[in-house]
Write a protein that binds this ligand. Structure first.
Ligand code: ADP
Length: 238
């Protein structure tokens, strides 16, 4: 079976002339269904750039991105957009919740855009909210929720539907450590059901939940290892 995500020799250069920034240089990464990979590195090392390219929100300067064996470069724009809506779940630093929609409506939106009827989409959204422990906040608007609650809504939105690739950028950012762990457990359980996840984090404790860790520095992948205590040992403790 094709890997869910394959990055081949990815380079990304922002700007031109003296302002050129090599955000990524020759990075390769393969993630199979069921796997969670953590990307670790200091601020500015290229973690977010790697995730936006993996999610086809941005094109690499050179190199190839394949999702389930299909090169993104050869895909029509409309097909790329459909693939993103249907199969890729994003949890990014600024959450991107729409302020005029309730928690449930924010989560249901990608399903509705994809043609799922409103009633079914709302039901799936309420289930996803319950999964992240926010069943009682369904009718609230983003500005009526705390930072941690908004992040959990963003995670519910990323998990709803049939997502095969989950991309999470610093999901522990606004969360206390217990909520951070809940989120990682949710990502892991999505992986057990066949999704692939890539998680960018500073936090070694969160990275320990991953099957592999890719270390980046100045846009270069410097190492790829198994975390010292693998995910199964952490799950066994629960
Ligand atoms: P990280 O997520 O590890 O903090 P980023 O991927 O955000 O790192 O950034 C990697 C490098 O690319 C940094 O030097 C950053 O300033 C630069 N960069 C990121 N996005 C842009 C952009 N849109 N335009 C110009 N430079 C950028």
């Amino acid at each position: 079976m094709s890997p869910v995500l394959e990055l081949r020799d990815i380079t990304k250069v922002y700007g031109s002339g003296p302002d050129r920034v090599h955000a990524l240089t020759g990075v390769s990464l393969t993630v199979h269904a069921g796997e969670m990979v953590a990307v670790m590195g200091p601020s500015g090392s290229g973690k977010s750039t790697l995730l936006t390219i993996a999610g086809s929100l941005e094109r690499p300067t050179s190199g190839e991105v394949l999702v389930e064996g299909v090169p993104l470069a050869g895909m029509a724009r409309a097909d790329q957009a459909r693939m993103r809506r249907r199969h890729v779940g994003y949890v990014f630093q600024d959450y991107n919740l729409l302020p005029g929609l309730t928690a449930t409506e924010n989560i249901a939106l990608p399903l509705e855009l994809d043609g799922v009827r409103a009633g079914r989409a709302a039901k799936a959204a309420r289930q996803a909210l319950a999964q992240v422990g926010l069943a009682d906040q369904a009718g609230r608007y983003p500005d009526q929720l705390s930072g941690g609650q908004r992040q959990r809504v963003a995670i519910a939105r990323a998990l709803v539907g049939e997502r095969r690739l989950l991309l999470a950028d610093e999901p522990s950012g606004a969360l206390d450590s217990r909520t951070g762990e809940t989120v990682i457990r949710l990502l892991r359980s999505a992986c057990r059901e066949g999704a692939a996840a890539v998680l960018a984090t500073h936090d070694a404790q969160l990275a320990a939940w991953a099957d592999r860790v890719l270390f980046v520095r100045d846009g270069v992948a410097i190492d790829q290892t198994t975390p010292p205590s693998g995910p199964e040992s952490l799950l066994a403790e629960s």
